[in-house]
Design a protein around this ligand. Sequence first.
Ligand SMILES: [Zn+2]
Length: 127
Amino acid sequence: MKNLYSIALQTANPIKLKKNGEAGHVGRALETVSGAVFTGICIDVPCSIGICAEQAAIAEMLKSSESKIKRIVAVYEDGSILPPCGRCRELMSQLDLYNENTFVAVDCGKEVMLKELLPERWDRKWD
Ligand SMILES: [Zn+2]
């Protein structure tokens, strides 16, 4: 986890955009089961338009035809760890059944499996 944390922290690179937008204040790094590492940054602009760093990192991963996430970490520009939002938790779970077992950093030195963050699945009916 420490290496992924360092990569995520290096990925975070805050930038001000015109019209009150900003990007890069959250950096995300994920490692797939193959050992590949993909990164992403958040983009926040007015009108709730933007993407989470998870979504950017996941898009990078999918470009390599991978979908099984072994471990994922997000770091805010101040170095603190951010758990993924509900939408990103759901996105990871829907990419691949394996991802129920993804280790998600939720605090400094603390990881939990994605399935612990998504109890009482709505889609069990179709398993
Ligand atoms: Zn999110």
